[in-house]
Design a protein around this ligand. Structure first.
Ligand SMILES: NC(=O)c1ccc[n+]([C@@H]2O[C@H](COP(=O)([O-])OP(=O)(O)OC[C@H]3O[C@@H](n4cnc5c(N)ncnc54)[C@H](O)[C@@H]3O)[C@@H](O)[C@H]2O)c1
Length: 289
């Protein structure tokens, strides 16, 4: 199917926006990326360049591919400059008010046939859709971190998302060399809906002294064939990020599986956030050894 998207805009060039921009530009699309100001825009481009440079040094990306990818990227700081985009991917702070305000101003710039998708992890796609006119196609397009490396993208069907848009987004995701899965709009969508309770269970098992942190990770890596053990994964994600994700899902569902384990709260309160703070479930052990 011809998805019909030619000019893509990405809102926000943080961790996810920079990765998403890179994926789309590397697939051959022209991308206009919006940041809040020039300094953040420069930081976003530097993030893309650093990731591509890393690819070059590992022999995964040619220097020519890096240069043509960067040449397809235009940075802007004013939503009014997004007028030519026919697909807008929103990847700004995970804050409903910030997203609402930005989506409303972007809608004043883009054409009536343009489509907006959100990369939110925890907010409701059906709720965010109410920020834009009912005639503007809206869905979730949930990339995983780091976007250039992760192969799957969740196409999230909000209550307002038309079937034709789902099909166009599936074709678009495939054109990026990624694998789409279509999921309902529910807290955590598919992957995080399963992952969050699993990680909460592991934290509780660790707190109950079922096994050492190292043995818990080893058992899951070798027993289930996962690349990372769950406690290593928590350190990588950031304990504060996981706490926010599980609290958001709990607030939306009151499902006990999303209730934050007490140890998680204590560790975040103590500043033990995982790799980024140098201290977490596994990070201390690595430092000590
Ligand atoms: N980090 C992850 O692992 C991950 C994974 C999947 C989805 N997400 C989702 O992706 C989105 C972005 O997350 P992130 O981790 O990249 O956040 P981030 O904090 O790294 O980046 C957000 C960026 O948005 C920019 N921004 C904020 N307001 C803006 C505005 N009005 N106009 C233009 N730019 C603006 C900020 O300057 C910042 O660079 C969130 O909705 C998050 O839930 C994150």
């Amino acid at each position: 199917m011809d998805h019909g998207f030619k000019r893509v805009a990405v809102l926000g060039m943080g961790t996810m926006g920079a990765g998403i921009t890179q994926v789309i530009a590397q697939a051959g699309y022209d991308v206009t990326a919006l940041e809040a100001d020039r300094a953040r825009a420069d930081a976003g481009v530097a993030r893309v360049r650093a990731f591509l440079d890393e690819g070059v040094s590992r022999g995964k990306v040619t220097p020519e591919e890096r240069d043509t990818t960067l040449a397809r990227l235009t940075m802007v700081t004013d939503p009014a400059d997004l007028g030519e985009a026919d697909l807008v991917i929103e990847a700004v702070f995970e804050d409903r008010d910030v997203k609402f305000a930005l989506l409303q101003s972007v809608c004043e710039a883009i054409g009536p046939d343009a489509v907006i998708v959100t990369n939110t992890s925890a907010l409701s796609v059906s709720d965010l859709a109410t920020a834009v006119p009912a005639t503007t196609g809206f869905a979730g397009l949930h990339f995983f971190n780091p976007a250039p490396l992760m192969k799957v993208i969740e196409v999230v069907r909000g209550l307002q998302t038309a079937d034709t848009l789902v099909h166009r987004l599936i074709a678009f995701v495939e054109s990026l060399g990624k694998t789409p899965v279509v999921v309902k709009d529910r807290p955590g969508f598919l992957v995080n809906h399963l992952l969050i309770p699993y990680l909460n269970d592991v934290i509780q098992e660790y707190d109950d002294e079922l096994a050492s942190a190292e043995d818990l990770d080893t058992a899951i890596r070798l027993g289930l064939g996962h690349k990372l053990g769950p406690l290593e994964l928590l350190d990588l994600i950031g304990l504060d990020v996981h706490l926010h994700a599980t609290e958001s899902a709990y607030a939306a569902t009151h499902d006990i599986r999303f209730a934050a384990p007490p140890l998680l709260r204590s560790m975040v309160a103590a500043g033990r956030l995982g790799s980024k703070s140098g201290s977490g479930f596994r990070t201390d052990e690595e430092t000590a050894s």
